[in-house]
Design a protein around this ligand. Structure first.
Ligand code: ADP
Length: 676
């Protein structure tokens, strides 16, 4: 009451806490609540009409010391159940100056009634400038300025960069334009150089081949004339030199063509078996002379009709056989063709030429495929050669989608292999020629196991029953052990170590053997043994290396009871005697070549006429109406091609076949001539 009497309605009296212990941190706040209009100075009145609310505020607990600090807004409401409205007990406006305690009626709309005597505190702090961390602001400003400067710098740098780029582009474009001009000039010069090189090659090849043709042709003709031994020797020397020179020119020409990318492979269908067997046959005589067995085996399983360049394939095979024979003094050289083991579609074939010669040191195995490289250059004197063959073979096999390599051991021999992709040609159901020997028993007698194996596989593929023996002794054991063996045909090798083929046949005959007999012998042995073959009652002979088709044909022949001595082997000139001579027109201006070709024609066919210029050739063709024209391409007046064109325009001469005679062998020459 005392307090109420001294307080005006709405006033707040704050009393500091009692004693020292509170240190002014606890406050009692009293408030008289009542209605203003009835307020009077009379205590009683006040007492009766007003109530006093007291709240102890522990500032230390509630607000810490900040109650009095500036910037802090503090509001305390009380909501006594006895009161009709929320009362503001204390409000300190911070921003304004310390305005002391204020108690006011808070009239809030939608006010909720607190539970009895509850007090609600609201504390707000407004941040004053003085309280802001200046350093932080300064740093933030600094960073802000820094970032802005950086962005400006970046934008400027970008501008600068794009400007520089533009300038540089202009410079580069100018340089590119200049370089393109230079390149075009260089390309033109290179093309011109290549054209000049090709022309040089063409003319060099022509110029060298023309006299060589005369040398080789004439020496061949001279060799046929009656000569004493000394003269024969001299001629064989210059014929050999001519041949070497020709193969050298051919090799150099091939190499230059490959390097100038002038060499284009043909892709036409060919018979693989024939190509390989004919290539091997070329060296048959040489092998027989050197006493080296030359064998050939094309796997029975692979299809024979293939697409590719048979001439170039032959060139690689010939080169490898020639090397093998060159470096092999005894033993054998075996040519094999099989499917490449790692190739799934069967289009890639593997060709191998193995020999039992001097071999190649391991260190030189790779080097020998480089141009002009030989294992030992001193061998050139002994064996001849230029070191170009393998390099050309490598390029050719690579052009055929394959590769070439060698396995070799010094002193034991070498095995040169190459692969080539040669697509098989689909042939309309070829006549099944297999199994034509079904049920026929054949005995092979040969000391060479590889040779026996090759013949055996050919015979087995044709359905024959095959027995083999390496000599007479083995034949005896064979007959002794198996009485039922009665061979229909016996194939006997001529050259065997203990007794030769004739002696062996004598022995067989003495036992009363009734089998048919076929002798196998090398080309070099044929001539001196021809009469002996007939005398010995042999049914047929085969020349080694034996061709698959010939072997089967001869066996079929002999089995059917015919003697085929005259049909096997090479045809003699006499066999052509009944052919009528053809009238041939030879047009050639070079006197040496004219003489050479005339001499060759003389030896085979005397019915020919000659002309030495294009116009003369046309006149003679009109007059003589030949069956064949041999036309030189480079003629003094009009070219061979123009002469042929004119001849073809004359209806009665249009069908005469024309063969071009030329030493021109560059890319496109052949096609150009054939096109006319
Ligand atoms: P050329 O035979 O004309 O010298 P090649 O390129 O054909 O040239 O051969 C290069 C070299 O490789 C030969 O000189 C020889 O030293 C070696 N060589 C090639 N084939 C054989 C082989 N079958 N046996 C031993 N050495 C060989």
């Amino acid at each position: 009451n005392a307090l109420a009497s001294i307080l005006k309605s709405g006033e707040v009296l704050t009393l500091a806490g009692e004693g020292n212990e509170l240190e002014g941190k606890k406050y009692w706040m009293f408030k008289v609540v009542g209605v203003d209009k009835v307020m009077s100075k009379e205590v009683d009145e006040i007492t009766n009409n007003h109530a006093l609310i007291g709240v102890l505020v522990d500032s230390a607990k509630l607000f810490d010391s900040s109650v009095t600090s500036t910037g802090l807004a503090l509001t305390i409401f009380s909501n006594a159940s006895s009161l009709s409205a929320r009362q503001l007990l204390y409000q300190k406006e911070s921003i304004k100056e310390d305005n002391g305690w204020a108690v006011a009626l808070l009239e809030e709309e939608g006010m909720t009634q607190f539970p009895s005597y509850s007090i609600k505190l609201n504390i707000k702090k407004e941040l004053g400038w003085q309280e802001v961390d200046k350093e932080l602001v300064f740093n933030a400003l600094l960073i802000g300025v820094g970032v802005t400067l950086l962005i400006i710098a970046l934008v400027r740098a970008k501008d600068q960069q794009s400007k520089e780029l533009k300038q540089r582009n202009v410079v580069i474009e100018r340089q590119v334009a200049e370089q393109t001009k230079e390149l075009a000039l260089t390309r033109d010069q290179a093309l011109e150089a290549s054209r000049v090189k090709s022309e040089f090659l063409a003319s060099m090849s022509h110029e060298i081949r023309t006299p060589l043709n005369a040398i080789i042709g004439m020496s061949s003709l001279l060799e046929e004339t009656p000569l004493n031994t000394e003269q024969k020797n001299y001629i064989s020397v210059f014929k050999k030199a001519g041949d070497t020179l020709l193969s050298l020119v051919n090799d150099i020409l091939d190499l230059s063509k490959i390097e100038a990318q002038q060499l284009v492979l043909e892709n036409i269908s060919f018979n693989l078996l024939e190509t390989v067997e004919e290539s091997v046959e070329i060296y048959a005589l040489k092998a027989a002379e050197n006493d080296v067995e030359l064998l050939c085996h094309v796997d029975e399983e692979i299809s024979i009709n293939r697409m590719g360049d048979s001439a170039r394939l032959r060139q690689i095979i010939l080169n490898l056989i020639s090397n093998a024979l060159k470096f092999t003094e005894q033993g054998e050289v075996v040519v094999r063709v099989s499917e490449e083991p790692n190739d799934k579609d069967g289009e890639t074939l593997r060709f191998s030429v193995s020999d039992s010669g001097i071999g190649i040191p391991a260190a030189k195995l790779d080097a020998i495929f480089a141009s002009f490289t030989q294992v030992d250059s001193s061998t050139t004197r002994k064996y001849g050669g230029t070191g170009l063959g393998l390099s050309i073979s490598r390029s050719l096999s690579e052009m055929m989608g394959g590769r070439i390599w060698v396995e070799s051991e010094e002193g034991k021999g070498s095995n040169f292999c190459f692969t080539a992709k040669l697509d098989a040609v689909e042939t309309e159901a070829l006549e099944a020629t297999n199994n034509t020997l079904t049920g026929i028993t054949v005995l092979i007698v040969d000391d060479n196991a590889v040779c026996r194996d090759i013949i055996k596989s050919k015979l087995l593929a044709n359905g024959a029953i095959v027995h083999e023996a390496c000599d007479a002794e083995q034949v005896n054991t064979l007959f002794k052990n198996k009485d039922e063996i009665k061979p229909d045909i016996i194939l006997v090798d001529f050259k065997m170590p203990t007794m030769n083929g004739f002696e062996f046949i004598e022995e067989l005959k003495s036992r009363g053997l009734s089998s048919k007999l076929i002798m196998m012998l090398g080309a070099a042995d044929l001539n001196h043994n021809m009469s002996r073959i007939k005398e010995a009652g042999i049914d047929a002979y085969l020349i080694k290396p034996i061709k698959r088709s010939e072997l089967i044909q001869q066996l079929e022949f002999v089995q059917s009871g015919k003697t085929s001595i005259s049909s096997a082997g090479t045809k003699t000139a006499g066999e052509n005697a009944d052919l009528k001579p053809l009238k041939i027109l030879l047009v050639e201006d070079n006197p040496d070549n004219l003489l050479t070709i005339s001499a060759i024609l003389d030896s085979i066919d005397k019915n020919y006429i000659t002309a030495e210029s294009g116009n003369e050739g046309i006149e003679k063709a009109k007059k003589e109406k030949p069956c064949l024209i041999l036309m030189d391409i480079q003629l003094p007046d009009l070219s061979g091609i123009d002469a042929v064109k004119k001849i073809k325009q004359i209806p009665e001469l249009a069908q005469i076949p024309v063969a071009a005679l030329t030493a021109r062998a560059m890319k496109g020459d052949r096609e150009e001539f054939l096109a006319h």
